[in-house]
Design a protein around this ligand. Sequence first.
Ligand code: ADP
Ligand code: MG
Length: 384
Amino acid sequence: MTDAAARATAGFRSAYGAEPAGRWAAPGRVNLIGEHTDYNDGFVLPFALPLRTVAATAPQQGERWTVRSELSDAPVEFGAAEVDEPGRVTGWVAYVAGVVWALREAGHAVPGARIAIASDVPVGSGLSSSAAIEAAVLAALVDLGGLDLPTERQPRLAQRAENSYVGAPTGIMDQSAVIRCREGHALFLDCRDESVEHIPFDLDAAGLAVLVVDSRAPHRHADGEYAARRTSCERAAERLGVPALRDVAVADLDDALGRLDDETRRRVRHVVTEDQRVLDTVALLRASRVREIGPLLTASHVSMRDDFEITVPEIDTAVEAALAAGALGARMTGGGFGGCVLALVEADRASAVAEVVTQAYAEKGFAAPATVPVLPAPGATRLD
Ligand code: ADP
Ligand code: MG
């Protein structure tokens, strides 16, 4: 299969019988460390994947937008009247209409456009194909319309599209990562004030890679469990008299835990120690001690498994197999109850580790996982 850029152009030609004016790409992302810290006003550290979604786009007359994706048969068209009424455009097209809506809401004169989408980001695996489609379309419309919307303001707008138009309650991490990440870097994001810092994460120079394992495990009760964890954290912060769990220092943890019931204690311990692991990871990366982050990744996994209780057998199996095969560290990434695992590996061991994980899945009778070695890639950009 050709890459997404070539397929987007081919899709544009076949849908519209014309050439696109340009192609805009946005990547998927993984979170290196910092899980369930975002809604606790804490820290996350995502990086962009070399897998991307491409929007081949050309302007068209009037306030009309026509979109096709490889994931659907025919192009779908909508106009200003439909866009301005959230809920009228539904399904996958809502991710595109939501971007048009959020731009119009913010007072921008959005140009009419024809768009063809192709993507190498797996859909619904927790690698943020949703933010990728939003960011690729947003970049195209901003460029074609000459809109005054600098990159640092784009994540909020894309998030608004997903939250208020599509109706998916996500934080700011996904859109920040796919729009703002840089090649060879991870994005250190403070979810309280939304400030970002680009942290060198040059795996290539260190002879390392991150192996991403898509567990393909069915998401079991993910929405309900996510809501339960969130509520538990919010109640704990209230009980401890702090604005958010971010405000509990590791040094005060023992004291804080003594005031909570057993389950809440474990939830709080995960969040507070996870924030610290993000800070420790950032410190090591700043000092170019990339290999040494391995144990922090694994500690993060153990915390998610035992304290936050958000892993499933497929995920734990992938982590254990990767570590047994020599990974320097491994953890689940994403909200949990399925999704992906990442393992820090010597670059020349990536396929051997992948094989061991695949073998472990076969032995347990799990559906085969998908594996891909990655290096930190750039954020959303115009291709040509
Ligand atoms: P994730 O972001 O983890 O991949 P989400 O459920 O948040 O999963 O987003 C997936 C949804 O985003 C899809 O169901 C679809 O509606 C939309 N989407 C993502 N990529 C594409 C694409 N290439 N073409 C059409 N729709 C897409
Ligand atoms: Mg998503």
